[in-house]
Design a protein around this ligand. Sequence first.
Ligand SMILES: Cc1cc2nc3c(=O)[nH]c(=O)nc-3n(C[C@H](O)[C@H](O)[C@H](O)COP(=O)(O)OP(=O)(O)OC[C@H]3O[C@@H](n4cnc5c(N)ncnc54)[C@H](O)[C@@H]3O)c2cc1C
Length: 456
Amino acid sequence: MKERKAIVVGAGLVGSLLTILLAKRGYQVAVYEKRPDMRAAGFVGGRSINLALSDRGWKALQLAGIAEDIKAISIPMSGRMMHDINGKHTPQPYGKEGQAIYSVSRGELNLKLLDLADQFPNVSLNFDQGSTGFDLLNNEVQLENETVSAPLIFGTDGAFSAVRSSMQRLPRFNYSQYYLQDGYKELHIPPGPGGTHQLEKNALHIWPRGKFMLIALPNEDGSFTCTLFLPFEGKESFEQLQTPEDILAFFKKFFPDTVPLMPDLVQVFQENPTSSLVTVRCSPWHHENKALLLGDAAHAIVPFYGQGMNSGFEDCTILYELLETFGDDWDRIMPLFSNSRPLDSNAIADLALRNFIEMRDLVGDPQFLLRKKIEAWLQDEFPKAFLPLYSMVTFSHLPYSLAWQEGQAQDELFEKILAIPGVNQNWKTEAVKTVFQEWMQERERNERIYAKPSEL
Ligand SMILES: Cc1cc2nc3c(=O)[nH]c(=O)nc-3n(C[C@H](O)[C@H](O)[C@H](O)COP(=O)(O)OP(=O)(O)OC[C@H]3O[C@@H](n4cnc5c(N)ncnc54)[C@H](O)[C@@H]3O)c2cc1C
């Protein structure tokens, strides 16, 4: 049995949650984080950047004992609110009544996780201590001014992980990174009079425009954090938006209803960076029984399913369950986790890439909206047999790889349903039910084999 001592590199969302869970199991945990302590650096009061938290994330927060605290500072979003170019709004629920994803401030969440980690006497938090690498032979983490070691090292240092970079030098370590042609920029809708929300508060707002889109998530203070996703180059692109006139003309043309809501649009646009969107895949995630990657360090994905953090939190839940099942036997746990989990992270990586098309393009498409209505109806009619793909990913704990397969099967089902004559006038019909039942029977016979998620 290994000595219960661990080093966690990176105290972001996943690293701080993992620290709490290891501390709960009695590990002595030393955390090394590159940035200063956000609690001392006066994060609170800064501009909010928010994330959508859903069931997989909540489960991990419950395990850490912090779910209620986070719920108190999060805003339920029960559906999408689509804004067309004429300013018309169309609501589209995410799931059944009572289901929602939650907008939560990234900074507040990280801060609360750090505070909780700090309460454990067996945790030491070290800030301004970035790792420059990891010595695989001696299990030593190199910091800028010293070297530290422990029998267990966890790399939770994000998409550009230093721990992973060291593991990349190992023979048979697979690695790929893929950048979208699109980038993103954060913008801001300030609160209305008296701290009110200027748009519907309990929704995730989307302005889908084909090759690009704007989204907005609510903050507690009445503001919204907006994100513009746009190609870097091309006809409508970041490279075309250089002057204040370009920026304003672009927003007036494509997002006219947002212009009066963002008085400082041009200034914020010019000040905020344009960032890139990367998918990282690698395997194995472990090195012997000594080191393990989790969160974005192991699997960075694009944000279009709102699952990056949620899947990183799910890594922590699964690891914790393995610790309980195998009594902290790392010889078994490391390879088990590292051999099974990438199938699911690859599936959510693929689903997230696919959801970009859905969000920017399809959410404004009448056929897509019809499919969503039929999905909801089928779920009511056949609650035990049908769960829409979005609900599987967001409101369940089914492995992502299963959701990936079901998604392909559901695409085939809807190709057939949407081809039924007159279905767009009336979809609550026996014809639709019959197609569904035949599809179910085929699935029960297990006749079809679906494509696996991409590996690298
Ligand atoms: C625009 C955008 C929107 C998103 N929206 C959502 C969403 O709605 N829902 C969702 O679930 N996910 C979302 N995500 C994804 C989510 O942000 C990430 O999956 C999540 O932050 C991963 O957490 P992490 O702790 O693994 O990595 P990070 O959050 O990147 O944390 C890594 C930590 O390691 C530290 N670090 C880095 N290098 C070193 C080093 N060498 N030494 C020591 N420390 C180091 C960093 O300072 C940081 O604190 C979004 C991502 C983007 C880009």
